[in-house]
Each structure stands twice: as structure tokens, then as C-alpha cells.
Design a protein around this ligand. Structure first.
Ligand code: NAP
Length: 231
């Protein structure tokens, strides 16, 4: 893949940070967002990417993010919509306000920042949008009403963008990771060699982006081969 300009939301840790690292290692120019300043600084120091504090659920933050991308990079060729979190509750006890807040990040924030970035891609007649959904958005599960719904929404949105954007030379693709051993949901310290690491998802994203522009991988899931193996 030739050198491209990446914007990665939620790059301060986990899957997003792994994508920042992989893209920088491949020589791309990278800007990423996050909310935790300490973690943002760590990823910047490690990779050389430019990190900024911005909440994807806040439209003014997204406007500023896109402005910074214009000033520093002159535009965005690859948008990775990664920022997201999980709110889990059983139906009967679900807090709808918490579900709405989660949609502000996982769904409305993703749409808002893409709204702003896609205009430049359309002008150039080229671009890639990578949406991170989840296998929870392919099959519902207990306690998953809010989270699964947000990730089903991301899959549906991606299909709409594919229909709209292919004629503009813009690829929209959706990746559905199974369980990845990040600090997601405060679950720190996982390093089972048989389960997925954030770098596996980064590798999958870079592979999809490296396909000849004539080829679009609309959606794919990434599972661990044998997560039940005792190591
Ligand atoms: N881990 C899994 O098993 C798994 C599986 C399938 C899909 N996913 C999806 O993959 C994505 C990344 O998950 P992860 O496991 O890497 O989680 P993580 O380790 O918790 O990292 C999440 C990242 O998103 C950022 N973020 C969260 N809310 C944000 C907001 N409102 N604005 C800007 N940044 C925000 C966080 O930034 P700060 O920490 O700086 O706030 C952090 O950099 C999410 O969309 C998640 O739903 C994860």
C-alpha cells in the first residue's frame, strides 16, 4: 500500500493503539484520538503518531479533529472508526440513558466524524473507511441489548455507506472481532497466547486495506483459531 494519511479514533489503547502502531510501522502518517491524556502521550511517544484528546461523541471535538487533520496532513485517506465501549445489562434492568450514551459514542459519534471526513474523500474520489463492529453485532447474547444493538447498527451503516460510496471510489469495510484481550471493560492483564491480541485485528485491517483498490472486503469477522486450548 502506498503511503496514506490515517485518522484513527480511540487510538490511546487496545485495538486502536495497535492500528496506530502498525500503520506507523508501515510508514503511513497517523493522527489518532482518545480521552486519556497520559495514554495518548504514551502511544505518541512510542509510535511518533500525533495524538489529540477528543471525544467522538462530542460534535465540536470531531470538528476540531478534522481541522487538525487538514492542518497537519492536508486530509484523511483512511478513517478507522474504532472508538467504542460496552454497556451490558439484562432487560428489565437496562438503563436507557446509559444505552443512549453508548450510542452517542459507538454509533452517532462514528456517523458524525465520518460525515465530516467523507467530504474530502469524495472530492479526491478515493478513501477507505474502516468500521469496527463486533461478533456481538452478528449474534445477540445475554445482557447484550445495548452493545449488540450498537454493533448491529455499525454493520448496517457500513452497508449503506458501501452502496453510497463505491461509485466515489471509497471503500467502506466492517470488521467484527471476537474477544480480543485488551483492557476493554476494565479487563486488564489478559495474555492467553491462544486468544486474540489487539495486533491480530490491526494486521487484519492493514491486510484489508492492502488489497488492490479494485477489491472491496465488505465485512469479515476475526476469531481466535482455538481459544479453548490450554496453554
Ligand atoms: N476487546 C474486544 O474483545 C472487542 C471485540 C469486538 C469489538 N471490539 C471493539 O473494538 C473497539 C476497540 O475496543 P478495545 O478492545 O480496543 O477497547 P479499549 O481497550 O477499551 O480501548 C478503547 C479505545 O477507545 C477510546 N474511546 C472510548 N470511548 C471514546 C470516546 N467517546 N471518544 C474517543 N475515544 C474513545 C478509548 O480512549 P480512552 O481510553 O483514552 O478514553 C480507547 O482508546 C471498540 O469499538 C470495541 O467495541 C472490541
Amino acid at each position: 500500500m502506498s503511503k496514506r494519511r490515517f485518522l484513527i479514533t480511540g487510538g490511546s489503547q487496545g485495538i486502536g493503539a495497535a492500528v496506530v502502531e502498525a500503520a506507523c510501522a508501515d510508514g503511513h502518517e497517523v493522527i489518532f484520538t482518545g480521552r486519556n491524556e497520559e495514554l495518548i502521550a504514551e502511544v505518541s511517544d512510542k509510535t511518533g503518531a500525533f495524538g489529540l484528546r477528543a471525544d467522538v461523541g462530542v460534535p465540536d471535538d470531531n470538528a476540531r479533529t478534522v481541522e487538525v487533520c487538514s492542518e497537519r496532513l492536508g486530509g484523511v485517506d483512511v478513517l478507522v472508526n474504532n472508538a467504542g465501549y460496552g454497556y451490558f445489562a439484562t432487560i428489565g434492568e437496562l438503563d436507557v440513558e446509559k444505552m443512549k450514551a453508548q450510542f452517542d459514542t459507538n454509533v452517532f459519534g462514528l456517523v458524525d466524524i465520518t460525515n465530516r471526513v467523507v467530504l474530502g474523500m469524495k472530492e479526491r474520489g478515493e478513501g477507505d473507511i474502516v468500521n469496527i463492529a463486533s461478533t456481538s453485532g452478528m449474534k445477540g447474547h445475554s445482557h447484550g441489548t445495548a452493545y449488540s444493538a450498537s454493533k448491529w447498527a455499525v454493520r448496517g451503516i457500513t452497508q449503506c455507506w458501501q452502496a453510497e460510496l463505491r461509485p466515489h471510489g471509497i471503500r467502506a469495510l466492517c470488521i467484527c472481532p471476537s474477544e480480543v484481550q485488551t483492557n476493554w471493560g476494565g479487563r486488564t492483564g489478559r495474555s492467553d497466547p491462544n486468544k486474540l491480541f489487539a495486533s491480530d485485528i490491526a494486521d487484519a485491517i492493514l491486510a484489508a486495506l492492502s488489497a488492490n483498490r479494485r477489491a472491496l472486503w465488505p465485512e469479515f469477522a476475526v476469531f481466535a483459531t482455538n481459544p479453548w486450548q490450554q496453554s
